[in-house]
Design a protein around this ligand. Structure first.
Ligand code: NDP
Length: 403
């Protein structure tokens, strides 16, 4: 039985809050605060309808630390679940430290003026959380999140050491729009247009954005082009698995998405530096995000599946030589919408946010300091994935990846 305060009221938050309400034995009191209170109220009313549970709602600017501390003092949660944007990570962590409460998020901090995805800013809070006897769990979404847990599960149950790791993120969903992103457009486009980076022989290898691709035949989706990208869990995976020789992240994009993105980039619409327009500074990417379809409106029309997983090769635990395993989840956009009113990209992030929260409020994962998913026992998390809508499968492949 626990009280939680969720910050942010987008698609990911909507799924997480619904899932918390479906598990009222774990989350007995749910509070939801965001910049726009009407969005919190819309989630609360859907939760009431679907789960019969009341969610208390508040307006908050999470970048205002004193206001956050005051809200935390009023709600008295045992955990603050940050499902706003990466820009708010540090102020929310500051507020948690000041108010003496645990913290969880799904994406690492990014400065607004630079598309830089690094854990260093949040890892710098480790000693302060540890000294305060508090836990801050970073990256409890799907990727990062489940991909890290999948990897550590393989290392616990199948492989003594991991030699190569490939994370494959495929969204085979079709939303019927010419161009739209399945989660926050600003964050999505900053991520996709950043240079690709992968870990190889102890160092980062950088290549231009969207230049390296491979075709892969994804179960329940079919063949898709997957592009080499940088993704934040590569940093924590390499840190906590120092034996890894090569770790890469691949994400699929359709030709239409690439075509639109290329044009937008070429005309400067993805820039994140201010541009003077009619006497005012505007950030082109923020303006673009404002005119693109809102991810939370795509649920009704999105059809198809996501298929996200990891392929790891290394020395088998049972001494049978080198083995390759593929562990993944397939999630249906339609089923996700039916259950929570949101498409599968929000679903595959919101469910692990709920599970990470459940691990923390029940004391199953309990470690003072700033903690990455790789540091925790994967087994209880993996069990909850199976029970709460993201079942996984593992199979042995007959050889390492050929790309
Ligand atoms: P949305 O843009 O749909 O929602 C973000 C919410 O945060 C909005 O309700 C927004 O308010 C609110 N917000 C923004 N700024 C503030 C602020 N200063 N104070 C309070 N609230 C604020 O994003 P998503 O739901 O798609 O994504 C949520 C998070 O999940 C992001 O950090 C994203 O990077 C992460 N993510 C992680 C994934 C993973 O697998 N690990 C995958 C997908 C997403 P308003 O509505 O007023 O704009």
């Amino acid at each position: 039985m626990s009280t939680v305060l969720v910050i942010g009221a987008g698609g990911v938050s909507s799924v997480c809050v619904h899932k918390m309400a479906f598990n009222a034995d774990i989350f007995s009191s749910i509070h939801l605060a965001s910049r726009t209170k009407s969005k919190c109220d819309a989630i609360a009313s859907s939760v009431k309808e679907r789960a019969g549970v009341d969610v208390a709602t508040y307006e908050i600017d999470a970048e205002e630390v004193p206001a956050m501390v005051k809200l935390i003092g009023k709600v008295q949660p045992s955990l603050v679940v940050n499902l706003a944007l990466p820009y708010q990570d540090l102020p929310i962590m500051d507020a948690c430290l000041e108010a003496g409460v645990d913290y969880l998020d799904t994406a690492n901090y990014e400065p607004k003026d630079e598309a830089k995805f690094e854990y260093k800013w949040q890892w710098a809070y480790h000693d302060r959380f540890k000294q305060a006897g508090l836990m801050a769990l970073l990256g409890s979404g799907f990727d990062p999140g489940v991909t890290s847990v999948f990897t550590m599960w393989l290392k616990k149950h199948k492989l003594k050491a991991i030699r190569t790791l490939d994370i494959l993120d495929c969204n085979g969903g079709d939303h019927g729009q010419a161009f739209a992103t399945n989660f926050n457009p600003e964050i999505n486009i900053r991520e996709v247009t950043a240079p690709a980076r992968h870990w190889e022989n102890g160092e980062w290898v950088e290549t231009p954005a969207m230049q390296v691709s491979t075709e892969y035949d994804f179960e329940a989706v079919g063949p898709k082009n997957a592009y080499l990208m940088y993704h934040e869990e590569l940093e924590s995976l390499a840190k906590f698995n120092p034996e890894i020789e090569r770790a890469r992240f691949w994400m699929t994009f359709g030709d239409e998405y690439i075509k639109h993105l290329t044009v937008l980039q070429n005309v400067g619409m993805t820039r994140i530096d201010p541009v003077k327009y009619q006497g005012k500074d505007i950030i082109p990417l923020q303006f673009l995000a404002a005119v693109l379809p809102k991810p939370e409106t795509l649920g009704e029309t999105t059809k198809g599946n996501t298929n996200i997983g990891v392929i790891a090769t290394g020395e088998a635990l049972d001494g049978s030589g080198e083995k390759t395993f593929y562990i993944n989840n397939i999630c249906s956009h339609e089923a996700a919408f039916e259950e929570t009113g949101n498409q599968a990209v929000s679903y595959t992030t919101g469910v692990p946010a709920m599970i990470g929260s459940a691990m923390m409020v029940q004391g199953i994962w309990d470690q003072d300091g700033v903690v990455n998913m790789e540091e925790m026992d994967p087994d209880p998390f993996m069990e909850m994935l199976n029970a709460h809508g993201l079942p996984w499968q593992v199979k042995e492949l007959d050889r390492p990846v050929g790309f």
